[in-house]
Design a protein around this ligand. Structure first.
Ligand code: GDP
Length: 370
């Protein structure tokens, strides 16, 4: 046909030739649509259709090269960059070199999923932490804000900020996959007009394929860009089911442990913490469905070998699951040891801990946020 058609979910050009490429639609589906005279019917590519109706993903790859090309194309234009970060998975959602790629454009950093934090979190400390993290990663953020795209927390405030900082120019929303970028843009759309669910959202990485322009009221656009997939996200060592299991859906609740010398805690089969002090009190903040198991450190390794994938799940699938790798931390102040994508444990000042996480997964220390 001479007329190009686009998927209303992801914006990809529809095609009937290649199942593995964006925009695939079955010939018969397309035909049915063409023959139907119901104008309200939405045309979705197979992938978006399945996502929307069955909550099921098909794999898609947005590789580094493509992403760099995209950043490069943005660098040529004038506008505000809105960088969406998953505050639960900072290392997995930061884009290394972002500032360098987009030049001297202003970057507004949005920490999403604030709804998952316990109420007692000190919001100022969290904003300071986000600012500090941006700095460490070379991002000279013009401002930062915590939001919940899903619950609509602070979205109004964010929209006001965007309007202030864009100075009448376009807005480019960038982020790695799974940070909630699509959910956030849907929320913005819902709050600014009646165009809903223009973008496909999913629990899994890699769903927004092509850039999608959302018109702002002055002729400029809010542009959604494809996400880049980071290899070191916990999401990449787990299968879809396990990813669902570990992702918190409600505010985290603290689990406190009083530990004696030589004790370790397993967070299911995903992480192991050896506490090196004689006596210590620690508080875990992870999805409450996850098993927290205490053992003697001397037995921990054997215990893990024996039970991982059985009593210690996730991971349910241990075949491709990486070995645990050791990291050591000393807290000068009361601190959080953060396993990105999983949660954190708060340890007291002057304590020492050895952390084991799957090889390739990031773990770091920060001043306690509670
Ligand atoms: P994208 O890949 O960056 O476009 O991310 P999506 O919008 O598809 O969201 C990824 C996952 O994060 C989905 O499971 C969403 O339900 C979830 N999510 C998005 N925003 C929030 C939020 O504010 N809070 C929580 N708890 N989950 C969120």
């Amino acid at each position: 046909t001479s007329e190009e058609m686009y998927c209303i979910g992801c914006g990809a050009e529809l095609q009937t030739e290649d199942k593995t490429k964006p925009g695939f639609i079955q010939n018969s589906t397309l035909k049915k649509y063409m023959e139907s005279d119901d104008d309200s019917k939405e045309l979705l590519c197979k992938r978006c259709f399945r996502l929307r109706n069955y909550n099921e993903i098909t794999d898609v790859n947005v590789d580094d090269d493509e992403f760099l090309k995209l950043l490069d194309s943005i660098a040529q234009k004038d506008g505000l960059i809105v960088n969406v970060i998953d505050i639960f998975d900072y290392e997995g959602s930061v884009i290394p070199g972002l500032q360098r790629f987009v030049g001297d454009k202003d970057i507004l950093v949005v920490g999403n999923k604030v709804d998952l934090l316990p109420k007692s979190v000190n919001q100022n400390r969290l904003l300071n932490w986000l600012q500090q993290k941006s700095k460490e990663n070379g991002i000279k953020s013009i401002d930062q804000i915590m939001v919940s795209a899903e619950k609509g927390i602070n979205v109004d405030k964010l929209m006001m900020m965007i309007d202030k900082y864009r100075k009448g120019k376009d807005v480019y929303v960038v982020g790695t996959t799974n940070t909630g970028k699509s959910t956030l843009i849907n929320r913005i759309i819902a709050q600014s007009s009646d165009v809903k669910n223009l973008i496909t959202t999913s629990r899994f990485p890699g769903t927004t394929l092509d850039r999608i322009d959302i018109p702002l009221d002055d002729g400029h656009n809010l542009v959604d860009t494809p996400g880049i997939i980071h290899k070191y996200q916990l999401a990449h060592v787990l299968n879809d089911q396990d990813l669902k299991t570990i992702t918190p859906k409600k505010p985290l609740r603290p689990s406190t442990f009083q530990l004696r010398d030589g004790q370790s805690i397993f967070v299911s089969g995903l992480a192991r913490f050896d506490f090196l002090d004689e006596k210590t009190n620690v508080v875990f903040y992870v999805n409450q469905n996850l098993l927290l198991h205490r053992t003697k450190t001397v037995n921990a390794e054997e215990f893990y070998e024996k039970h991982v994938g059985k009593d210690l799940t996730p991971p349910t699938d241990i075949e491709d699951f990486p070995e645990l790798k050791k990291h050591e931390f000393t807290a000068h102040e009361k601190s959080d040891i953060v396993v990105y994508g999983l949660g954190w444990v708060t340890i007291p000042a002057h304590s020492k801990v050895q952390v084991y996480v799957p090889d390739g997964v990031s773990v770091s220390i920060r001043d306690a946020i509670i």
